[in-house]
Design a protein around this ligand. Structure first.
Ligand code: XMP
Length: 246
């Protein structure tokens, strides 16, 4: 089987660089049927679908496995957005469960350290799955943490530069950089020389602009509420798809 990185790249070039963040607000009781509908109606405009705790906590193993199968039948890769960040053993147990549920990839937090990140990437790649590592997030508060000055031995750097360096040198399949910071997307693209794919959430509702984000060098655009909360999600997905393709 091809690697996650190649599977999603092919779907992106054959179809679309858009990823649906299937993350509903609380109080929605029919998440499963809405998700099934989203996969069936929106898949022509997407390369992947991302699930956060919004769906992972309320649904059971059977339902999640069924959803992952349906997504694959509709030529979508699936991403578990759990920002995994733990000791090696716990990371492995979690990753094994995600793979057994049918997920193709996981979003992780590099605060776990480069040794743990390297082991998690090796674990994922053994199963042809992928690891996407946080680099800089989309919310305004990201500046307070991801842009902190840090020092390792005598070398001074900025936290997100370090996260970028780890992801690139350890062979992560992608990094997350918010669409709300196009200059940082651009910096990461240049610095990593295209070795790591850039995934950008924060389009629309959070203020990120799809075309500026693509111009800055992002490879995949993650969109949630702009599609989910629109009156006609299919039309909205299609119009974002048209913007992304032109
Ligand atoms: P929107 O704003 O489009 O957000 O509804 C979609 C989903 O994406 C997640 N999100 C992020 N995940 N880094 C991440 O790893 C980020 O910077 C980020 N911003 C948004 C979040 O789960 C949201 O539901």
């Amino acid at each position: 089987m091809a690697s996650f990185k190649n599977r999603i790249k092919k779907l992106s070039s054959d179809k679309s660089p858009l990823i649906l963040a299937n993350d509903y607000e609380s109080g929605i009781s029919d998440i499963e049927s809405r998700t099934v509908k989203n996969i069936k109606t929106l898949s022509p405009y997407l390369c992947a679908i991302k699930f956060n705790f919004h769906l992972l906590l309320p649904l059971g193993q059977k339902q999640i496995t069924k959803i992952n199968r349906l997504a694959h039948d509709h030529h979508l890769q699936t991403i578990a957005d759990i920002k995994l960040n733990d000791i090696g053993n716990t990371n492995n147990v979690t990753a094994e469960t995600l793979w057994s549920l049918g997920f193709d990839s996981v979003i992780v937090n590099p605060m776990m350290g480069p040794g743990n990140l390297e082991k998690l990437i090796a674990h994922a790649h053994k199963n042809d799955n992928g690891v996407i590592s946080l680099c800089h997030m989309s919310s305004p508060e990201a500046q307070l943490t991801y842009e902190l000055q840090v020092q390792i031995k005598s070398k001074k750097t900025i936290l997100y530069h370090l996260f970028l360096e780890w992801a690139t040198s350890l062979g992560a399949d992608g990094i997350i950089v918010g669409a709300t910071f196009p200059d940082i997307v651009s910096f990461c693209k240049k610095k990593s020389k295209g070795k790591v794919s850039i995934y950008s959430p924060g389009i629309g509702t959070q203020g990120g602009d799809i075309q500026k984000t693509i111009q800055a060098g992002s490879d995949y655009l993650i969109v949630g509420r702009t599609i989910l909360n629109s009156r006609n999600p299919k039309e909205t997905a299609k119009s974002l798809f048209d913007l992304a393709k032109h």
